[in-house]
Design a protein around this ligand. Structure first.
Ligand SMILES: [Zn+2]
Length: 81
């Protein structure tokens, strides 16, 4: 299965959002490390999409372990590789 199901996405979203809570960091890991206007932004669930940590094309699966949520902008940028 190439796409993550909603439940997997919600779990990843909750985990990431919880991890940065009170740290003034974005819940998008790519925004958080960049020097940009969104680096402390907490995105809503529907402003993000799931990404494979290990690329699907390189054998990454669609388990919760391989799921990270990125903001739509970063997700699109990555997806175009
Ligand atoms: Zn981002």
């Amino acid at each position: 299965m190439r796409v993550f199901d909603t439940k997997t996405k919600k779990v990843a979203y909750a985990k990431q959002t919880q991890a940065v809570k009170g740290k003034n960091k974005s819940n998008c890991p790519l925004c958080a490390v960049g020097d940009n206007a969104n680096k402390a932004r907490i995105y809503d669930f529907d402003e993000m999409d799931a990404d494979h940590v290990a690329a699907w094309s390189k054998g990454g699966d669609s388990s919760a372990k391989n799921c990270q949520m990125l903001c739509i902008t970063h997700n699109r940028a990555k997806g175009n590789r």
